[in-house]
Design a protein around this ligand. Sequence first.
Ligand SMILES: Cc1ncc(COP(=O)(O)O)c(C=O)c1O
Length: 374
Amino acid sequence: MRIADFALERYFARWEFAVEHVLGASDVEGWSMAELLELADGEARAMWNGLRLGYTESTGHPKLRAEIARLYDSVEADDVLVFAGAEEAIFCLFNSSVEAGDHVIVTWPGYQSLYEVARAAGAHVSLHALREEDGWSLDVDRLIRSFRPETRLVVVNAPHNPTGMLPSEADWRRLAAACAEARIRLIADEVYRFLEHDGAATLPAGADLDDRAVSIGVMSKSFALAGLRIGWLATRDRAVLDRCARQKDYTTICSSAPSEVLALIGLRARERVLARSRAIVGANLAVLDDFFARRADALTWVRPEGGSIGFPRLVQGGSAGSSAERFAAALVEKTGVLVLPSSTFGFGDSHFRIGLGRTDLPEAIEAVDGFLGA
Ligand SMILES: Cc1ncc(COP(=O)(O)O)c(C=O)c1O
C-alpha cells in the first residue's frame, strides 16, 4: 500500500523530543507509573503483580474490553476490539471498510489518517471544511447535502482536533439519524470525549446512536495515558470488528500485556483520571483566555469547546509576519517552544495548533509572549 506522508507526525518526529516545551501536543500530561499503580483496585493489582509477558488475546483482554464497554450505553465487551492506540484502529478500520470507487466524507482540517487511509485504499474523499467564520461549527445541513449514492462513510471527530469544535447534541443526533437513513456508516472519532469545557455535556457516543456506527476511543487524550498505546473500536456491528481483526493480524496481532492491565487500572479509576485531566486543561484555558485577550494585536482564536487542543490564527507574528509556518519555525528556533503550523494539516498558512494538556503551558505561553515582543 502506498500512502502519503503523515505531515503532522513527520513534523513531530523532527521536533517533539528536541524542544523545551511541546505546546502543540494533543495529549494530556501523562500519569507516572507510580501514581497510576496507586489507583489499582485489588484485582488489578494482583493482575499486575502476577502478569506473565506472553502474547495476549488478539481482541484485547476480556476485562479491559468489559471496562471499555462501560463507557457506552449499548455496547458489550464483544462489541469492542482493542488496538495499539487509536491510530492502529483507524488504519485497520479504513483499510477494511472502503474500496476503489467508494465515497467518504471527513471533517477538515483534521487528523490526517482519518482521510488518508481511505484515499490510499482507493476511495474518493470529500473534505467537509469547518469554517472559522462559523466558529468552526459542524454544518450538518451542508454535510448531509454532500451525501452521494456511493457514500459509504461519514467521519466526524468531536471534540475536534485541531479546532476544539463540539457539535450541539441536537445536530449530532440529526447527523447520526441522517446517516442511518441513508445507510451510510458514521465513524465517530471520540478520542477527546469527556473533555468538554465549561460544563458542556458529553455527547452520546456514535456507537450508541446507530447499530452500524463505529466509535473510536483511546487512552492517550482524556485519560492521559498516551504511552500505553491502547485504543479501541466500539460498534454493535460485529462484522466490522471481524474485518478489522483480520487486518490486525498483519499489524500488531495483539496488544502489549502490561499496557492492557495499566489501561484497565486507568479506566476503573476514570473519575479521578478524568478529573485530573479536566483540571489541567481548565487551568490552561484560564491562562490562554488572559493571553489571547492581551495579545489580540498578534493572535485571535475561536475558543475551543472541548478537547485538549485549540487552533489560533496568527495576525502578526513579529518578524514572521502572518505566516504560521515561518512563525512556528522562528518560535521553535529562538525559544524552544513547539507549535504545529496549519500547513501540517494541509490547511493554509494562517493558523497553528496548540495543546491544552501539558502542565508547562504557562511557561511556554510566557516564552511565546516574549517572542511576540511589546
Ligand atoms: C482525532 C485523533 N484521532 C486519533 C488520534 C490517534 O491517537 P493515538 O496517537 O493515541 O493513537 C489522534 C492523535 O492525535 C487524534 O487527534
